[in-house]
Design a protein around this ligand. Sequence first.
Ligand code: FUL
Ligand code: CA
Length: 483
Amino acid sequence: MKTSTLLCVAILVAAGCAGAADPPRPFGPVPSPRQLAWHELEMYGFIHFGINTFTDKEWGYGDESEKLFAPTDFSADQIVGALKEGGLRGVVLTCKHHDGFCLWPSKYTEHSVKNSPWKDGKGDMVREFAEACRKHGLKFGVYLSPWDRNYKDYARPAYITYYRNQLRELLGDYGPIFEQWFDGANGGDGYYGGAREKRRIDNRTYYDWDNTWKIVRELQPMACMFSDGGPDVRWVGNESGFAGATCWATMNRDKLLPGVADAKLLNVGERNGTHWLPAEVDVSIRPGWFYHASQDDKVKSLDHLLKIYYESVGRGANLILNVPPDRRGRVHEKDAAVLKQWRQVLDKTFAKDLAAGTKASASHTRGGDATFGPANVVDAKRDTYWATDDDVKQADLTLDLGKDVTFSVVRVREYLPLGQRVDAFAVDAWVSGQWKEIAAATSIGNQRLLRLAPVTASKVRLRITKASACPAISEVALFLEPK
Ligand code: FUL
Ligand code: CA
């Protein structure tokens, strides 16, 4: 042994960390603290409520009278309570949709609740929602449509000042905001203060996004901004409720802007993208985003909602499920009932991890150090993980369940602070004295759920078949869906 090596060993021993391996270096872009907090939410509600609720439309023209806004029995408490019963952990409210009507008494327009019959114009619906969320322990987020078909100066520079003023009202006056939603839609024609004409803007330049985004950072540093192209969270590229079967959390973000993106690419992401830009799956529990009595018998079924869960949250994305209140200003009984069933099934499924605390072994462990050992995948902690040496990119980890166990869902999570490292993996089960592959998939990220026909096995094996950097797996869990 060289003297220098001896010296190093001596120093390590003296420091009490002999044999301790260094953690892997991050691979590619990694999530920011605000994105990590967002990943942990996994699913929340979306509320489309406004003038359209009372005109039976999806996109108001912008000339609707404020007098139409007249919920007969509004209760933010009932609405937020119903979403909570559905297992949703936050709410994003359409404070202003494309028609320009504001659910709060904005100082900058007359086109708001202040001229409506609701609470004789003295109400503030944004405040009521924010307070109901606080009371129920849900996060609160805001949607402020960039397109405004009511405002006279839309498409002119003056509107940008108006839009930013409203953004400041929403982000400054209602407590912590977890997500700011920027919609990319722009259909052109509208009322525009009486002009009733088609107005075109250049999506890339008109909103001067860099400076608009700064307002969000300044007032709500922990809020994630959603749009087609982020900057924190990207649209998933469809409104029917699924992320790609391969769905990377990374993308080349600099080409993207609200309203400027390729839907197919957004669905899948880009494996070697320059930024951490995870997908959010927006879908409505009904065909429309707003409530229409004619759709009362078209509320999505329990099975459909479960499928959506597995294809969004289960593919590493977050789910934002829209539940539009009716003309009373309440979640309709049908929606509330299916939400509750959905939550019950998910609770029953995920209440018990059948792999928790079982005996884990691996083909390889980083530096032979238990800090990165396989037991870290069954300890129910997100911040501990199994890792291998830098040059070991294919490895497997076996869970010895000690007896035959029946499961139908496998959950795998990567340790996100080190980036998305795994390209492909497979799961095997020990059945009748041999290994049998029961599933194979690509991206993992925040979590991958593999939904299977029930399997009974005494051992389960995770095989990392391809990785761009040594794997860092924080969880392997097994669940059984109730019948
Ligand atoms: C779209 C809008 O045009 C819809 O009305 C709805 O708000 C949906 C969430 O986003 O772009
Ligand atoms: Ca762990």
